[in-house]
Design a protein around this ligand. Structure first.
Ligand SMILES: Cc1cc2nc3c(=O)[nH]c(=O)nc-3n(C[C@H](O)[C@H](O)[C@H](O)COP(=O)(O)OP(=O)(O)OC[C@H]3O[C@@H](n4cnc5c(N)ncnc54)[C@H](O)[C@@H]3O)c2cc1C
Length: 478
């Protein structure tokens, strides 16, 4: 089948028949809904960019599994070069779409399963790696997009899955049959689930021996019977439905809650079922990969924020203001530190027993802590450089209103040679970059909340070697 074009990708999503709701109504079409279409276009950009001759070397490679060219979004890393490409591809696409492209999470699941299914089979003699390899071939041959179903709704956070009053607070196996399993539960914040052909589920946390039914991993098509996508609100979502004041002219992001209402999964699509001790390996590997993906992506988003700040400085007549130039420099160095940390986690990666490669966990988690704080700072700096109209620009409909349109155009003009329409458009983009909740809040909670990054850093760091170095320098004999 080979690499899909963007048009083929959109047609393939349009051919799916998922059960989806938004604002209280059942949706009949996904690709024709302007809110969802903006998200689908962002994922579509991964296909569009891959087909541009100048990007092919970066975004397409030969899969050793099927010996054909594949998108890097379906390739579990098999070398340091592949780990490095993950970061570069994410920055390239984010720079193009200025928001989340929604395709990294699926790759992060594939990369995780390429390692962990092998480890489970080695211990238990199960068939999960074979199941996964067949699934991966399907993903690669058809150039598919997958969503990561990781975050369970979790109920009372102080209780383990089996301790919850309602036992469905974490996705669990409710029935085992000869031909497969039936699962029930719900996953929250499912970025781009309706832009995806497949939903890959892995556990959201480590599991104890009483959490066997919750230690489950599998993949199902996004329009599987019993799967219900409920699209969540985002701060600017009505703009897209309204077709006005959109800001980012092409792309957006949405995150549904995904309900698994007794969903059947055939055994050949199951990648873990009851091996509790491997749940933590799955979630650590996934979250590390995903925290690193974020850094590549968000450095690309800061690139767009820098562009918006500099352009508005040109439009406003402030491009020579020294303090604003310093602020832009402070945005750039934050993007480059984030990017550098993610690249470093690739260069420090190691081959795993399955043959697949894994990044350096501490560096990947350090990059995510940096992202959580510094994206907020980069946003603050952009808003500072752009001015107050990021907050309260009149609507395009007021600019078009015959009574007040000309007055608005007169008073919102800044540098004389710059058309007022361009200044207005750039303010709208800055508003979208700063305030689209579905994207900006992922800087903090996406890939796990900040405390999870800290805990992982401390657990994965060789603290004894650091204490030993200090004792030696202090002249303390062991
Ligand atoms: C925009 C966005 C996109 C996302 N996309 C995806 C996606 O595509 N796929 C996916 O699977 N997930 C996705 N996520 C989910 C993300 O991983 C979670 O939001 C994150 O793990 C936090 O979980 P939560 O939202 O349930 O918050 P909570 O777990 O309730 O956390 C809230 C706070 O409470 C703390 N806390 C929670 N439990 C405990 C405890 N037991 N002890 C001490 N402190 C605790 C946390 O550290 C945090 O500070 C996305 C999130 C966002 C915001």
């Amino acid at each position: 089948m080979g690499i899909k074009t963007k048009e083929e990708y959109i047609a393939s999503i349009g051919a799916l028949k998922p059960t989806a709701y938004m604002f209280g109504k059942k949706l009949t079409s996904i690709v024709d809904n302007p809110r969802l279409r903006a998200g689908i276009e962002a994922t579509g950009a991964t296909y569009e960019l891959a087909n541009m001759p100048e990007n092919k070397d970066l975004m397409i490679t030969i899969s050793p599994l099927i010996n054909e060219p594949v998108s890097r979004f379906t390739l579990p890393p098999a070398s340091i070069e592949d780990l490095v490409a993950r970061v570069k591809v994410n920055r390239k696409v984010a720079n193009y779409v200025g928001t989340c492209h929604q395709r990294c999470t699926g790759l992060d699941c594939l990369s995780t399963l390429a390692i962990v299914t092998y480890d489970i089979d080695k211990k238990y003699g199960t068939n999960y790696n074979k199941n996964f390899t067949e699934f991966l071939k399907h993903m690669q041959k058809n150039d598919l997009t997958a969503n990561a179903g990781v975050t369970d709704v979790k109920g009372d956070r102080s209780l383990a899955p089996h301790e919850q009053v309602d036992k469905d607070m974490f996705v669990r196996v409710v029935e085992k049959r000869d031909d497969g399993i039936v699962v029930r539960g719900a996953k929250a914040h499912q970025t781009g689930s309706l832009s995806s052909h497949e939903i890959i589920v892995i556990p959201t946390r480590a599991m104890g021996k009483n959490d066997k039914d919750y230690s489950v991993s599998f993949a199902v098509p996004s329009d599987t019977k019993g799967l219900i996508h409920v699209v969540g609100r985002s701060s600017l979502d009505m703009r897209e439905l309204d077709g006005c004041d959109i800001g980012n002219a092409y792309y957006s992001k949405y995150c549904p809650t995904l309900i698994f209402d007794n969903v059947f999964v055939p055994w050949e699509r199951v990648f873990m079922c009851g091996e509790t001790e491997f749940a933590s390996e799955m979630v650590i590997k996934f979250s590390s990969f995903h925290r690193q993906s974020h850094g590549g992506c968000k450095s690309g988003k800061i690139d767009c924020m820098v562009g918006a700040a500099l352009t508005l400085m040109d439009y406003n007549g402030t491009s020579k203001a020294g303090h604003l130039k310093q602020k832009v420099i402070d945005m750039i160095h934050r993007a480059e530190t984030l990017y550098g940390c993610c690249l470093a986690s690739s260069y420090e990666g190691k081959q795993q027993p399955s043959g697949a490669y894994f990044i350096d966990t501490v560096l990947a988690n350090a990059s995510k802590i940096h992202e959580g704080k510094e994206m907020a700072e980069a946003t603050r700096l952009m808003i500072d450089a752009c001015g107050g109209f990021v907050a309260d620009l009149p609507s395009d409909r007021d600019f078009e209103n015959p009574d007040i349109g000309d007055l608005l155009k007169k008073y919102l003009k800044a540098v004389d040679t710059v058309p007022v329409e361009n200044r207005v458009k750039m303010y709208r983009l800055a508003e979208k970059l700063a305030l689209e909740s579905a994207d900006t809040i992922s800087d903090i909670h996406g890939g796990g909340s900040p405390e999870a990054h800290r805990v992982t850093i401390f657990r994965e760091t060789d603290v004894e070697s650091k204490k030993k170095a200090a004792r030696r320098l202090a002249g303390i004999k062991e």
